[in-house]
Design a protein around this ligand. Sequence first.
Ligand SMILES: *[C@@H]1O[C@H](CO)[C@@H](O)[C@H](O)[C@H]1NC(C)=O
Ligand SMILES: *[C@@H]1O[C@H](CO)[C@@H](O)[C@H](O)[C@H]1NC(C)=O
Ligand SMILES: *[C@@H]1O[C@H](CO)[C@@H](O)[C@H](O)[C@H]1NC(C)=O
Length: 439
Amino acid sequence: MGISSPFKDQTHPYTLFKKLLPYALYALFPIALLRLYLHPPSLPQSPIDPLPNVNPIIFPSSSSSFSSSPSHEEESAYEIPCDYTNGKWVRDKLGPLYNGTSCGTIKDGQNCISHGRSDLGYLYWRWKPDKCQLPRFEPKTFLQILRNKNLAFVGDSMARNQLESLLCMLATVSTPDLVYRDGEDNKFRRWHFPSHNISVSIHWSPFLVRGIEKSNSGPNYNKLYLDYVDERWAGDMDRMDMIVLSIGHWFLHPAVFYEGDSVLGCHYCPGLNHTEVGFYEVFGKAFRTTLKTIAERRGANGNPIDVIVTTFSPSHFEGDWDKAGACPKTRPFKEGEKLLEGMDADMRRVEVEEVEAAKANTEQFPGFRVEALDVTKLSLMRPDGHPGPYMHPFPFANGVKDRVQNDCVHWCLPGPVDTWNQILLEVMKRWDDQSRRQV
Ligand SMILES: *[C@@H]1O[C@H](CO)[C@@H](O)[C@H](O)[C@H]1NC(C)=O
Ligand SMILES: *[C@@H]1O[C@H](CO)[C@@H](O)[C@H](O)[C@H]1NC(C)=O
Ligand SMILES: *[C@@H]1O[C@H](CO)[C@@H](O)[C@H](O)[C@H]1NC(C)=O
């Protein structure tokens, strides 16, 4: 087990609601990343051939076992899985389940209303998939399905964004205790819901595979070892029943990639004399290693595990990252107003392909289930959902300054990420239904 293991016991549980934790800025990697968006180092073409068609259906009807065997059991609502990928945002009077003060775990920079964001229209939209309905999030159902289980979020700050949305929605019906946190940056945390004996944890791992993050003291680029999973989270795998993987933006940074004993290449590493290989192929390899390792380790001891891959979350910089109005929109794009293309589309495509490949390659591990949580398009349509200047409190208290830092990458909470968890619950309901039928 790694040094930072949310499953390590701590003698003094922190109670979530007793105090607002002093959240250190959590690797928002602000300057470097935002600069990268501003001055993209001419991104190389994807080294993999673009597929003619990316299957737009993320939940293909693999439910043939149901449909081919007409039974007398009651009809399952999940027999034909909904395609949540495509749809539109429609007005919603109900608004979010929670607010920025009700759950105590929202990172300050994403707690937009508490930082003075006053246009609140962005809270009143719901995602309407083209061919079905997406029910409102039901915290009680979520907790019932997860009873006695451990759910782990593994990834970067986007994983944290999703985890905090989920915790806030669950906390409306059951209060979790924070039972573990790593001293540094709260990158590893675990909560326990005594009402249902559920653990929810977060494990920092921006590459999923073993990596050395660039630092001020060390090299100015990341090092990725594509053959090995990052044991900081994988060492805890035996304790996990469900894993949500969410990575992406860190792959845009300068990096050197290792495979076996040799250097595979690099991304944006002038002066290092390595071959530029871009990041799409290595992004896929990181998932391949990760999904294969999970399937093998858990398949070997017959221990079921469910894996969700949250697809790439687009950012929305329109202007300079350090000027007011970097992501100024206050309403979603209308249908057809914005197309999924370029890097956003390619990152998503790589993830969807790896998930489909893992399904095909891991048939010998019946306890291993994996699905893409395809949020790229619906998130792309929400340019209004980012903190923007409200990553800092009351940025315009003294008028509009020359420079104001903007976060157009992460999402306000409450906000569009709540919809990701709505879809997550629908996948879980479908899986739960399948498991029951198999018993
Ligand atoms: C936030 O939610 C809590 C709990 O539901 C409620 O007591 C409080 O009044 C709300 N605050 C705001 C500003 O709406
Ligand atoms: C709580 O869940 C864990 C598995 O996550 C299980 O080992 C333990 O027995 C459960 N405790 C109770 C009281 O059911
Ligand atoms: C760069 O790499 C090539 C091929 O590996 C090698 O021949 C060359 O000597 C290297 N140049 C430097 C400056 O290290």
